[in-house]
Design a protein around this ligand. Sequence first.
Ligand SMILES: [Zn+2]
Length: 184
Amino acid sequence: MLDTLRQRGYQIGATFGQLENLKRPFVLLDDSSVVAINKGRKDFLQKSLLKTIHDLEPNKAGFFIMAEGAQIDYGGHANDMRYVVEEMLDFDRTIGDAIRFADSNGETLVIITADHETGGLSLLDGDLKRGYVDGNFSTNDHSGIMVAVFAYGPHSLDFRGVYENTEIQHKIMAILQKYHSSGN
Ligand SMILES: [Zn+2]
């Protein structure tokens, strides 16, 4: 796969820092370098989203980006409230960037969801001023709790209601098909 990517003009990197230095970067990180925010990951998720938008934006046919705040799940498995909150805030800042980009052009659909909940977390109390959140975990595994789907931009209303999350893919494909068949 790496050879194919190289042939297509991607430069392969293996560290966070290479994201900014490579042209058309494809950064593959091993497990030991994918650390939590509180272990020094910093704003890699935000930076990688912004870099990807920057590189794909000139594509006239449009583009699709999937960005994952993957370690919210790790915090849930560890039943570690601080871990969950720090990773959630990192993801939230990344969502902010995605929505700012959507606002800048008016033709970008942003869909925010989760593939599942982890930890069976119930939020019991909190205080915005003190940055305090209290919660209770009921499992150290994935749960069947319903997850929210937030959508912003054109066709966002297509994502209302209650449905299996595998439907999201079909909804996206249906929207794309509409545009291709109408020649827009
Ligand atoms: Zn998990």
